[in-house]
Design a protein around this ligand. Structure first.
Ligand code: IPE
Ligand code: IPE
Ligand code: MG
Length: 250
């Protein structure tokens, strides 16, 4: 798989108005640390800029009519980082939660959080729930924010729920299907991602949407997340439109 570099202006022929857009986009918001390092700044500065990019790109996706956007903000493995960095990311997360409640009252975006929220403080959990509750009846894009999210952790949770139901006799082993597993994921009721974008040039999933991405198209981009622009999203969308998705068929 070749890395997807920024195209030269002359190479661009299609516009996003000419193409069919994916229903569900996933973004692994990666490269904040390298962005800061390149500028001689602390890694936390990269996260601050990355959080701004997230606001802009989420708004852009909603404006162009994307139905579902899932952003990977903090993984179940990211707790390994220095405490100072984890604290700074959690502070940015909290700031966003407060801002979203106070400033986005007339917004159309439905906000959801995916991941294991049981580890967060009561205050953070209340803010998460308030965001979900206040946005749940809106009719716009669904924005899934993956916080303390891990694809394996999500599958383990799903399997435990199902095993409990089998144990109590609510379910029979033969009731276990693909659909039942999907219904026990955090993304229950949502279509699988069609396109997953990873800025920063890394060729790995890093535990993002493992179950749901079975047939997602990947677009690896050589731009660090804080530098990511709406034009980069357009390029990924155009690249996606050129892919031949076969889903195992011919
Ligand atoms: C992504 O950027 C943000 C999180 C994982 C929380 P990184 O912090 O991983 O940036 P790099 O990969 O070190 O450049
Ligand atoms: C994935 O990025 C997690 C997020 C972007 C939130 P990482 O930076 O944690 O992934 P690795 O360590 O490069 O695989
Ligand atoms: Mg990284």
């Amino acid at each position: 798989m070749a890395i997807f570099k920024r195209a030269k202006k002359s190479e661009e022929t299609l516009s996003i108005k000419d193409i069919v857009l994916p229903q569900h986009i996933g973004i692994i918001m990666d490269g904040n640390g390298r962005w800061a390092k390149k500028r001689g700044l602390p890694r936390t500065a990269g996260h601050t800029h990355g959080a701004q990019t997230f606001r802009k790109i989420a708004r852009y996706c909603s404006d162009i009519g994307i139905k579902y956007l899932t952003v990977y903000a903090f993984s179940t493995e990211n707790w390994k980082r220095p405490q100072k960095e984890v604290d700074a990311i959690m502070k940015l997360f909290k700031d966003y939660l407060i801002e979203a409640i106070t400033d986005f009252k007339d917004d159309s975006i439905v906000v959801k959080f995916i991941g294991d929220r049981s580890v967060f403080s009561d205050q953070m959990r209340e803010l998460i729930e308030k965001n979900e509750e206040e946005s749940k009846d809106r009719d716009g894009m669904v924005l899934n924010i993956a916080m303390n999210y891990g694809g394996r952790d999500e599958i383990v949770h799903a399997v435990k729920n199902i095993a409990d139901d089998v144990k109590t006799g609510k379910l029979d082993v033969n009731d276990i299907t693909d659909k039942l597993l999907s219904d026990n994921m955090y993304t229950c009721g949502q279509p699988d991602p069609d396109l997953i974008i990873r800025p920063s040039g890394e060729y790995r999933t890093s535990n993002f949407l493992l179950w749901q991405s079975a047939y997602a198209e990947y677009c690896i981009m050589d731009v660090l997340w804080p530098d990511f622009k709406s034009e980069d999203l357009d390029r990924a969308l155009i690249e996606f439109a050129k892919r031949n998705r076969r889903f195992g068929g011919v």
